[in-house]
Design a protein around this ligand. Sequence first.
Ligand code: SAH
Length: 368
Amino acid sequence: MTSLPLVFDAPKRALPPRHLADLDAAGRRAAVAELGLPAYRADQLARHYFGRLTADVDTMTDLPAAARGELAALLPPLVTPVLEQSCDGGATRKTLWRAHDGTRAESVLMGYPDRATVCVSSQAGCGMACPFCATGQGGLQRNLSTAEIVEQVRQAAAAARDGALGEPARLSNVVFMGMGEPLANYPRVIAAVRRITEAVPDGLGISARGVTVSTVGLVPAIDRLADEGLPVTLAVSLHTPDDELRDTLVPVNNRWKVDEVLAAARRYAQATGRRVSIEYALIRDVNDQPWRADLLGTVLRREIGARLVHVNLIPLNPTPGSRWDASPRRVQDEFVRRVQAAGVACTVRDTRGREIAAACGQLAATGA
Ligand code: SAH
């Protein structure tokens, strides 16, 4: 037998080739040295990539042509857009993109009067199996690499700058609320957050305060995140304050219960001084009862403290084949009122991207 078939049958789920955005400053210098180039070329390349938001070496005219050819090896095209869709009058843009192995994932860019936000994927698919979430239905394909995550942000920042949302805008916020469970892909997500938040030439220079990492509640990973010294916002997808229902809505609750998740959220808030966001997809006749709103308010006050928590209600986006629906408006209003009456801040998330299946929980990467 020869080893040829191995060469041609590369494993389908392999992580992509090494990319500049996978590397920290020392790693970039080492990679450039491996190419036989002086270390300062690493810095120049990083300034183009993170500062000018370009991966096209032909535009890097301060680099000698020969060096450009060599350095292109550090900028393999990882994330190729295959479909772009807009809605909300051009203020919401979904990108479906393909990775080197055919894996697909999605990101969504949203413009607001005072900010621009990109919602990125951290995994292709998701292993958490929440029954109301489109991504959860398909299972996990693979983790995304650090650079695949950073590339979603870099391309979104370039698109916003170039007027994709109408007026040229600076990308100010990154939310890990696309496909996947970010804390189940921990080291790559943390490295991506560092690349996103460090200043040029080490990163894109987006304020950590503008970055939100959303989790189903992987308790040990929340504690690890609290120790990273990265003041990102933590969002916890609670969806109900009681274990009985949460065991079915967020299956990982069978491993870490509501009180353990909220204790970890409190430790995070105390360690970082950042208010934790509690995500709550409001589902008609499932988790929208007045008593649950009262219980939610009481439990959050007791376990985290009113000052360190904020509830983000998400009207459920029904996913294809689901028997669930959003709550009626008056039920939603009453829910908000009751949580607020407990002294806990509560707002309703705007639901961008509904017409293009780009709203919360709709990302399933089935298109094209
Ligand atoms: N795995 C992470 C990120 C997921 S997406 C997490 O669970 O937090 C971000 C948010 O969208 C989560 O709170 C998720 O529960 C919510 N979501 C998923 N499907 C939804 C749907 N169909 N309608 C409304 N929100 C949904």
